[in-house]
Ligand binder design. Sequence first.
Ligand SMILES: O=C(O)CCC(=O)C(=O)O
Ligand SMILES: [Mn+2]
Length: 216
Amino acid sequence: MTLDLFSDPDGCVERLSLGPGASVLRGRALPHADALFAEVCALERHSPFRRMTTAGGHTMSMASTNCGSLGWISDRNGYHYGAIDPETRAPWPPMPALFAHLARDTALEAGFPEFEPDACLINRYLPGAKLSLHQDRDERDFGAPIVTVSLGMDAVFLFGGHVRADKTVRVPLRHGDVVVWGGEDRLRYHGVMAVPDHPHPLLGRQRISLTFRKAG
Ligand SMILES: O=C(O)CCC(=O)C(=O)O
Ligand SMILES: [Mn+2]
């Protein structure tokens, strides 16, 4: 891991490199955190959080919802993207402009110009919830990067290699941090360790992540 500092219009953001195409932009979303959380609260009134099941019949420990023209879905048929929320039977709510701008700007700052996400998966982790090591490979084209914004309680992001058994680095993620990975790092295994119960001043006992992808 290497550390460097770069300037952006909001000031100086600490950037941690996890690989040639993978960076953590420390605190990059902080100026927008209150507005991002307010958008999540509005979105969940339209398409509520739910704990999805896997093809194997397990219930995921975090709860999820989506916004954007495509939503990521896990059910007994496996993982896939769809335009319709299976719970509400209505389209997923549109992606707020703030979300799309932040995803595009942070992708650019991490070296990926012209990122136009069509899907935002919103995960809610209560204390103890986790996400096991996996690759994001349900998208049509791996040319676009992935951008994840963290809000609320601290978590440890695991970032591995191209094989599940590869060694992982543990990256502490805090409220307002953004992780971008693409290019040769696009298919690296990653996950989230069980989230400790340390309430956050704004979000309380939860961690929310916004994961932007170009799915279709
Ligand atoms: O919650 C996170 O930080 C990562 C989410 C993720 O990797 C996923 O939903 O595929
Ligand atoms: Mn993932």
